[in-house]
Design a protein around this ligand. Structure first.
Ligand code: SF4
Length: 312
């Protein structure tokens, strides 16, 4: 798409004031005081206040610099130091002080670490569960370069939701997620359902990067075929002129129609909207998924449904 055809500015429905106020400041200082990073703040997420008020926040562990360089991501890139061994306990402490009912833990991708950071995810889940047994923990993990022993270690720590974003359709991977493989990300979700079928698997897609409707639905079907339970669909927003351009702003009504179609296709929980991000309304989606899973008849064997992907 040429610059002339690309949307000029943000449409009205994407204008939202960023959070502020005493409660927001209190939380910001609390996190800063512990040297902790939330994706909420790093990405300047417009939903921060709504999520904090709803008892949810997303912590970023394993440093602030990523080994990869995805075309849509504002996170810093390049080598980073060894992870802070105190981090799991610090995150658990902040979860307690923030009184979170639902904590999301994510990270940059650390291909430089032997286990991709899997042991830190496991330790953080355990630390939160020990300190706040009633708090639900969702982990949004990188693809661990396909090392499923790391995935097993994370699942054994007992997260309530395992999230891994597929982000976009396979045709766009070379520009959007150059260091990732579409089939590897699908396989990660498939392994979650094979190893721990009781743990809801979740994934998310950003729209507006140039995907067609046919490509989007083909990706939804791929996710369903590997047993993905929960889906988020949100609008890609360009973090800076150095990042991929927005090819299209998807109107709210189209997101609503996509939400209905994705639920009808078989996802147990779906959040779709211009401001939807991976952890948006995460607790509600989890409860939706658990409820619908309890109604669902036994799932088919995923192995046969997955035979298609070639470049593993
Ligand atoms: S792997 Fe994740 S953190 Fe790293 S650049 Fe890509 S999206 Fe950003």
């Amino acid at each position: 798409m040429t610059d002339r055809q690309r949307p000029a500015g943000k449409p009205g429905w994407l204008r939202r004031r960023l959070p502020s106020g005493p409660e927001y400041e209190r939380l910001r200082r609390l996190l800063q005081g512990r040297g902790l990073t939330t994706v909420c703040q790093e990405a300047q997420c417009p939903n921060q206040f709504e999520c904090y008020a709803g008892g949810t926040a997303t912590f970023m562990i394993l440093g602030r610099r990523c080994s990869r360089n995805c075309g849509f991501c504002a996170v810093g890139h390049g080598p980073d130091g060894p992870p802070d061994p105190e981090e799991p306990a610090l995150v658990a402490q902040a979860v307690e002080e923030m009184g979170l009912r639902y904590a999301v833990v994510t990270s940059v991708t650390r291909d430089d670490l032997a286990d991709g950071g899997a042991s830190f995810f496991a330790a953080t889940i355990r630390a939160i569960k020990e300190r706040m047994p009633a708090t639900l923990v969702e982990v949004l993990i990188p693809d661990l370069q396909g090392d499923w022993t790391g995935l097993l270690e994370i699942l054994r720590a007992g997260p309530d939701v395992l999230n891994h974003n597929i982000e976009t359709v396979p045709r766009l991977y070379p520009v959007v997620r150059p260091g990732a493989l579409y089939s590897r990300s699908l396989d990660l979700l498939r392994q979650v359902k094979r190893i721990a079928p009781e743990i809801p698997a979740k994934s998310g897609i950003m729209l507006g990067l140039g995907e067609s409707s046919e490509e989007l639905f083909a990706t939804l079907d791929d996710l369903l075929a590997v047993g993905c339970d929960i889906l988020t669909l949100g609008q890609y927003l360009q973090p800076s002129p150095a990042h991929l351009p927005v090819e299209r702003f998807v109107p709210p009504e189209e997101f609503q129609s996509l939400q209905a179609k994705a639920l009808a296709r078989g996802f147990a929980g779906v959040a779709a909207g211009p401001f939807v991000r991976s952890s948006y309304q995460a607790e509600d989606l989890y409860r939706q998924a658990v409820e619908r899973q309890s109604e669902k008849p036994e799932q088919t064997d995923n192995a046969t449904a997955y035979a298609g992907c070639k470049d593993l």
